[in-house]
Design a protein around this ligand. Structure first.
Ligand SMILES: [Zn+2]
Length: 152
């Protein structure tokens, strides 16, 4: 028996190769459902340590909210909105992707002070308001509160 193995990074490419090779459908609906279930139950979300993988430290990551239009970093926070000094875009939610980036690149949790520093939020008061609007899971109370990356 030949064992066919490929890395998870190559799965999609491998499926396309197989699909191109076998012109006739080989599996019926029931078998396809069975395989689908098997793949989904054995799937583990990819959660790589990006800093380690690229030999970077958190200091190598540019800080500040990124403009969703022209990608300039950082945007400036004024009167409850993020303003891009390059393209003049104004956004109330530009911080959301940057917080997701923080979770993926830096670490899966933060304190108010940490995220204020990372996003260039002027005061911890404003930080509190911005974080609360995201309804993130959190532990601890008041100054010791830690916000966590949502599970999904
Ligand atoms: Zn911009």
């Amino acid at each position: 028996m030949t064992l066919h193995i490929c890395n998870s990074e190559n799965v999609l490419e491998r499926i396309e190769q197989i699909a191109a090779y076998y012109k006739k459908e080989q599996l019926d609906k029931r078998e396809l459902k069975k395989i689908t279930r098997l793949l989904l139950t054995n799937h583990t979300p990819d959660d790589p340590n990006i800093l380690q993988a690229y030999n970077l430290s958190p200091k190598d990551i540019p800080t500040g909210v990124q403009c969703p239009d022209c990608f300039t970093i950082p945007m400036t926070y004024k009167g409850g909105k993020w303003c891009c000094l390059k393209c003049n875009l104004i956004s109330k939610t530009a911080h959301v992707p940057s917080i997701n980036d923080y979770f993926l690149i830096i670490k899966p949790s933060f304190t108010n002070a940490e995220i204020c520093e990372f996003l260039h939020i002027p005061t911890i008061h404003v930080g509190n308001r911005i974080i609360k609007s995201m309804n993130l899971p959190h532990t601890g109370t008041f100054k010791n509160r830690v916000y966590h990356k949502p599970k999904s």
